[in-house]
Structures are given as structure tokens and as C-alpha cells.
Write a protein that binds this ligand. Structure first.
Ligand code: NAD
Ligand code: MG
Length: 295
């Protein structure tokens, strides 16, 4: 009997102990050890997004970067948004999109600013010469153990970046999005099983799940589908920049049944599925990808 080479999920990706490695927010992926795997070397496209024009927020690093690389290799032109401090990571993503033979548009700016969110959409539409996909992966996560220590400033910023920007971007994009366009948001396992030290973040991620369910129903009549990915622990800059206490970094992800953190590339297929026509009967849905810690 001939057995094809199978991938053992326990050992398929890094499953050792991470070093503590604090960085200031938003963090530079290039400085992380080990490097998060966003599919730079491994993701193979299959023409599932030929000719599509997609805006990805948080596209410089982590999960958004994995989606951006995959979209380009599936044949889409991609605009990425990120913070100006992240230019170094963003340049690498732009080069990878171009290497895939697709157009890369870089639009840095702060999503907690409503006016910028509107400009972002207009610029993406103009520079991509159309817009038929939004992948909203930017996010802020900063752990605070006690609610008494949670500042109103952090509370406000977390909601502005994680929730308000979705409303602002979708409102600005609706006039451009044709029937068949797809919106993918990024919720979290935290929406369903909140950590005691992530109250503000978890509340935004619940809001994103509710937003996705409701918007999916609202936009169904226009033929626009809206879905969400709800990841568990994934090795990205978000975690080492205060998403977790540094003391939790060495064993990050070890609490999952698969006993390791996920790598961003392990989510790319889901973003591609939800953005492509393969998911044509799927809307208003939230999908977990979290190593066995189910939603
Ligand atoms: P990441 O740090 O690579 O990505 C987050 C991105 O958000 C940054 O690259 C940055 O460009 C962007 N961002 C933050 N503040 C911004 C602002 N004010 N304006 C514009 N952009 C801003 O980390 P990631 O883990 O890949 O995060 C991507 C998404 O996945 C986030 O929504 C996060 O909440 C979600 N998520 C991550 C995990 C995980 O374990 N890593 C788990 C569940 C959900
Ligand atoms: Mg980043």
C-alpha cells in the first residue's frame, strides 16, 4: 500500500517554546523570532480570485499579510493598509504581490480616523481601478488585568480601530461594491471565550461577530456576502506588543488541543474561500480556526 505524505498538525509548524521579545505597538514582523509564516514560501494559488480587486487592512503583517499574499497568488490585485511605522513590513508584502504578477497598492494611515477610512476606500477604488473585496484584519489588542486600570483612552481606541473602522469603511465602500463582492471581517475566539485580561478587546470581537451576522443579512439583497474568521492563538506582532503579558509568550498557543499556536498561513485558505465564489452560499457566518479550542 502506498501512503501519500501527510501533514501532522501537531508538528507541521513551529511547536517549540517562543522567546520573550517585547516590541512597542504596532510591532515589526521582520524583527520577530521565529518569523511568522504568512505563506511567503509556501502558498500556491489556483486562480480562485482572477481579476478581483481587494482592499486588505492590517495587510503588512500577520493574518492580513497571509490573506494579501494568498489573494495575489490567486490572481487578485491588492491594496494594503497599515500604519506608517510599518512601512518596512508593508514593502515586503507589496513586493510579494508584484512577484505574483499582480498590482500592489500601499495606503498607510490610521483607521481610528473616520475621514482617513473614507479616503482609504476612495484611494483603493481609484488605484485598483475598481473594488470588489474588503478584508478587514487590522486590530488592536492590549491586555489589562483589572478593569480599574483600563483607561478610557485605550477603551476608545480599541473600539475605534476594531469596530468603528468597519462601519466607516463599509459605509464608504458600498457605493463601489458590485453584486458578487465579498466582505471578510476578523473576529476572534475571544468573542466566544473571553480572556479575563482582554475585556475591551473581547467585547470588540463580539461586536464584530454581531456586525458580520447582521450586515450579512442586510447586504444579502444586494448580492454582497459578509463573513468573518475567528482565529484562536496565532503567532503575529499583535501578541508580542502587549496582546499578552511577555510571560505568556513562551508557551503561547500550548493550551490548544494541537498544543501550539497557529501560523498566519494556516488561515489564508479560509480568507480565500470566503472571498471567492467557492463560498457563494455562505454569508453572515463566523468560522473558527483555533487548533481545537472551538467557538
Ligand atoms: P498584526 O499585528 O500582524 O496585525 C494587526 C494590524 O493592525 C497591524 O499590522 C496594523 O497594521 C493594524 N493596525 C493596528 N492599529 C491600526 C490603526 N490605528 N490604523 C491602521 N491599522 C492599524 O496581528 P494579527 O494577529 O495578524 O492581527 C490581525 C487580526 O487578527 C486582528 O484583527 C486581530 O484582532 C485578529 N486576531 C488575531 C489573533 C492572534 O492570535 N494573532 C487571534 C484572533 C484574532
Ligand atoms: Mg503589522
Amino acid at each position: 500500500m502506498k501512503q501519500v505524505k501527510l501533514v501532522n498538525p501537531l508538528t507541521a509548524y513551529f511547536h517549540g517554546t517562543y522567546d520573550e521579545q517585547p516590541q512597542p505597538v504596532p510591532g515589526i514582523q521582520k524583527k520577530m523570532k521565529p518569523q511568522p509564516d504568512c505563506g511567503e514560501k509556501s502558498y500556491k494559488g489556483h486562480n480562485r480570485l482572477t481579476g478581483r480587486k481587494i482592499l486588505v487592512t492590517g495587510g503588512d503583517s500577520g493574518i492580513g499579510r497571509a490573506a494579501a499574499i494568498a489573494y495575489a497568488r490567486e490572481g487578485a490585485d491588492v491594496a494594503i493598509n497599515y500604519l506608517p511605522e510599518e512601512e518596512e513590513d508593508a514593502k515586503e508584502v507589496a513586493a510579494l504581490i508584484q512577484e505574483a504578477g499582480q498590482k500592489a497598492v500601499c495606503i498607510p494611515g490610521d483607521l481610528s480616523d473616520e475621514q482617513f477610512c473614507q479616503e482609504l476606500v476612495t484611494k483603493a477604488y481609484k488605484q485598483l481601478d475598481g473594488l470588489d473585496g474588503l478584508t478587514l484584519a487590522a486590530g488592536k489588542q492590549h491586555y489589562v488585568e483589572h478593569i480599574a486600570d483600563l483607561s478610557t483612552e485605550q477603551l476608545r481606541k480599541t473600539f475605534e480601530i476594531n469596530v468603528f473602522s468597519l462601519f466607516w469603511i463599509v459605509k464608504a465602500a458600498l457605493p463601489y461594491l458590485p453584486a458578487g463582492a465579498t466582505i471578510v471581517t476578523t473576529s476572534s475566539l475571544e468573542a466566544f471565550q473571553p480572556d479575563a485580561a482582554l475585556l475591551d478587546y473581547a467585547a470588540t470581537k463580539s461586536a464584530i461577530a454581531a456586525f458580520t451576522h447582521g450586515l450579512g443579512k442586510q447586504l444579502a439583497a444586494k448580492g454582497i456576502r459578509v463573513n468573518s474568521v475567528a482565529p484562536g492563538p496565532v503567532w503575529t506582532p499583535l501578541q508580542i506588543t502587549g496582546g499578552q503579558p511577555q510571560s505568556a509568550i513562551p508557551d503561547f498557543g500550548k493550551m490548544t488541543p494541537l498544543k501550539r499556536a497557529g501560523q498566519p498561513v494556516e488561515l489564508a485558505g479560509m480568507y480565500v474561500y470566503l472571498t471567492s465564489d467557492e463560498s457563494s452560499f455562505v454569508t453572515a457566518e463566523v468560522y473558527g480556526i483555533n487548533g481545537g479550542v472551538h467557538l
